[in-house]
Design a protein around this ligand. Structure first.
Ligand SMILES: *[C@@H]1O[C@H](CO)[C@@H](O)[C@H](O)[C@H]1NC(C)=O
Length: 130
């Protein structure tokens, strides 16, 4: 005895699951909507600035992390974050926008800074970089 509405709900659910799994396939880059409150994204952003400072060989560091303003993530072997970051240049005292790419391998407790560079953007972020 099959109830048509239950069949419909089940099919809708399956269709939705399918769409969800398709959008989560490795290689797909998705925008992080809750950047401001996303602790993982903000922590990864802070890490990228600290790592940049460390690689510069300057203990105090040329940059001070302010916040991540935009982020996209991509499933690779781990999670790859594409971040737009505000940081203070301690030399000039200016707030500058930087772009960072970080790969997080949580199971290895490992983060890798792939890229860190000044962004062309200086003020309000209106469009994604990538
Ligand atoms: C910080 O500002 C100084 C002076 O404008 C500049 O020479 C330096 O490259 C800047 N550092 C970074 C990391 O942007």
């Amino acid at each position: 005895m099959s109830n048509p509405s239950i069949v419909f709900v089940t099919l809708s659910f399956l269709a939705l699951s399918y769409v969800t799994s398709v959008t989560a396939i490795p290689g797909g880059r998705t925008k992080v909507e809750d950047v401001a409150t996303n602790k993982e994204v903000q922590a990864v952003g802070k890490y990228s600035v600290e790592e940049y400072n460390r690689l510069k060989g300057d203990n105090d560091g040329p940059l001070m992390f302010v916040k991540v303003v935009e982020a996209e993530k991509q499933v690779v072997s781990g999670m790859k974050y594409y971040l737009t970051i505000e940081a203070v240049n301690k030399t000039s005292g200016e707030v500058k926008v930087f772009e960072a790419v970080v790969v997080v391998k949580a199971w290895l407790r490992k983060k890798e800074l792939v890229r860190f560079a000044p962004s062309q953007k200086t003020t309000t972020i209106l469009q994604p970089v990538w």
